[in-house]
Ligand binder design. Structure first.
Ligand code: SAM
Length: 353
């Protein structure tokens, strides 16, 4: 009753401001869902401008929350905005927005990690991969705890042209914790160069656009936030299956301060590690004493291509995971220690079954 009484004072149009909506629905930020809201519409407009011209565009917004960015996307002229929000508390406020922009805002109460975006838009908006990107954009002030796994899964979608990329080279404009934004865009030899840099850059043109100071959010996060724009490349720089690239890159960066041959060696079982590592480095023509952060994408490509060839030669190789070998060794050692304990213990013969 109290809520509907208050609603009457917020007649549409004009809509309640985002701040008023938060008060109206008593929307306290939930730490668990990494909620940090952007209430300054000049900032949300600035994020949306990074996506390019949104006039008549199709847009998917990830985690609209109280709807600041949502308003900016609608104001930019989007024709069809689909928002995916996990937290039910935001749905009534989003419905108000939807009523104010009839036929333009579709609300999905769901989890972006499982949402089938390939079913969310008409097939008619698809563009062939080799052509310009389709008029479909993904925009989001992402929850920090979801951003990296989500980005990795979208990168895999890009490699396989599935999910949001079944429509073509869908562009993304997303916020990340500044440190993650720096890793995504880091070039060779930079301190932030990491697994994420290679995975993103072999598949996309990645641009860091601007930094939003933490104090612009409510509540203020511990860190600043970077806005990053991605356009999938027509031709990925490495043309091997995503999982193959991911495995090699993960191993390379396992020991990021050591020579790259150390991490690369972990691709191979101990018995043949030295010989296979030497063969891989030689055939890829990569200096084994380069640090992982010094490797260029063409060098990583050469390493992945040779590794893929070695996997063709020995089909069991791709399934090898050194951590599994370590785990088995560790368990064997533990069991040995337990057996010794039991055997050595004076009470062991009296242990019940
Ligand atoms: N976009 C709003 C803004 O800029 O003020 C809210 C940003 S807040 C950092 C992240 C939003 O994502 C929250 O509304 C949260 O409920 C939502 N969220 C968190 N995990 C999600 C998930 N897995 N799927 C969809 N939405 C999620």
């Amino acid at each position: 009753m109290a809520a509907s009484g208050k609603l009457a004072t917020f007649r549409m149009p004009p809509l309640p401001t985002v701040g008023e909506l938060i008060k109206l629905y008593n929307l306290r930020a939930e730490k668990q869902l990494s909620q940090n809201f952007l209430l300054d519409l000049r900032l949300t407009d600035k994020i949306v401008r990074q996506a390019g011209n949104l006039n008549n565009a199709y847009v998917c917004e990830v985690g609209p929350g109280p709807g600041g960015l949502t308003r900016s996307i609608l104001n930019a002229g989007a024709a069809d905005l689909l928002v995916v929000e996990k937290d039910s508390r935001f749905i009534p406020g989003l419905k108000l927005l939807s009523e104010a922009a009839p036929g333009k805002l579709r609300i999905v109460h769901g989890d972006i990690l499982t949402y089938r975006m390939d079913r969310g838009f008409p097939r008619s908006i698809s563009k062939p991969w080799e052509e310009d990107p389709p008029n479909l954009h993904i925009i989001g002030n992402l929850p920090f705890n979801v951003s990296t796994p989500l980005m990795i899964s979208w990168l895999e979608n890009i490699a396989n042209r599935t999910g949001p990329f079944a429509f073509g080279r869908t562009q993304l404009t997303l916020t990340f914790q500044k440190e993650v934004a720096e890793r995504l865009t880091a070039s060779t030899k930079s301190r932030q160069r990491s697994r994420l840099s290679i995975m993103a850059q072999y598949l996309c043109t990645v641009h860091s656009r601007f930094t939003i100071p933490g104090r612009a959010f409510v509540p203020k996060p511990e860190v600043d936030v970077g806005v990053v724009h991605f356009t999938p490349l027509v031709q990925p720089s490495i043309q091997q299956p995503f999982k193959m690239v991911e495995k090699v890159v993960r191993n390379i960066f396992q020991f990021r301060r050591k020579y790259c041959r150390r991490g690369i060696g972990m691709l191979f079982p101990e018995a043949c590690r030295d010989a296979f590592t030497e063969e891989l480095m030689r055939k890829a023509d990569v200096e084994p004493t380069l640090r992982p952060t010094e490797l260029t994408i063409p060098q990583v490509k050469a390493l992945v291509d040779v590794y893929a060839h070695m996997c063709d030669r020995d089909p069991l190789l791709f399934g090898y995971d050194f951590r599994e070998e370590l785990r088995v060794k560790h368990l064997t050692k533990q069991r040995g220690a337990q057996t010794n304990d039991l055997e050595g213990s004076p009470r062991s013969p009296e242990q019940p079954d």
